[in-house]
Design a protein around this ligand. Sequence first.
Ligand SMILES: Nc1ncnc2c1ncn2[C@@H]1O[C@H](COP(=O)(O)OP(=O)(O)O)[C@@H](O)[C@H]1O
Ligand SMILES: [Mg+2]
Length: 259
Amino acid sequence: MESHILQLEHVSKTYPNGTRALKDISFCVEKGAFVSVIGLSGSGKSTMLRCINRLHEPTSGNIIFNGKNITHVGERELRDVRGQIGMVFQQFNLIKRRNVLTNVLTGRLGQWQKSISGGIFQHWPKEWIDDAYAALKTVGIEEKALVRADGLSGGQQQRVAIARTLMQKPQMLLADEPVASLDPSTSHSIMKYLKMLNEEHGVTVLCNLHFLSLVREYSTHVIALRGGEKVFEGKPSDITEQWFRDIYGEEAREVEIRA
Ligand SMILES: Nc1ncnc2c1ncn2[C@@H]1O[C@H](COP(=O)(O)OP(=O)(O)O)[C@@H](O)[C@H]1O
Ligand SMILES: [Mg+2]
């Protein structure tokens, strides 16, 4: 059986304005891994995640998901692939004026169907609603099901976003700085839920992170980017103080995020 869920082969991305955001990136992700992607702001982390689910088109190179080259697949196949890949964002990306339950239910539609007509919200299958409550229970906020999304704290909103991806039953989760807007103890709580998805639901996680202490605590593998290039790949314990300064610059200090 194929042990890699994801493979990037010589992936480069140059934006139309000429910015070379990714330069010849190659790596493999094993099924079940929790991979952190680190690097300064502007190093290409978001561009890389967006190339993986093809929100952006890579300029060259190949992206192989579950043994299938998805770099140039058409719309329908792309929808299938995206159905298997959950996304979590720094700003949660919930529908603010809808309740929590509705937000979670939209995960079953695929978050790629952005323009849903209003009427559809009233007619969810009973089975989906049961699954949505189960997903909310998994992240410990089923009692918030009927509260409007914008009535929740940031940490609660991110838990809703995680529950929404659970509705997809994803094989892989891409998280773009999921705790960057949260305070330290909430950050740990969210990282623990991501870790639970990884360990208990078998979801492979690729997570852009800023703080090395979180990387060390939660991930099994690390990839570091600098100026669009991959400058490190290994285990969190292999990141020495010198590596850290190479990645973040000489002035950087390892900041501890305490719960
Ligand atoms: N849509 C875009 N058009 C042009 N340049 C972009 C675009 N998005 C990002 N960039 C540039 O690409 C580089 C990498 O950005 P990004 O992937 O957002 O890095 P990170 O997520 O690590 O902060 C930066 O120089 C950024 O300014
Ligand atoms: Mg980013």
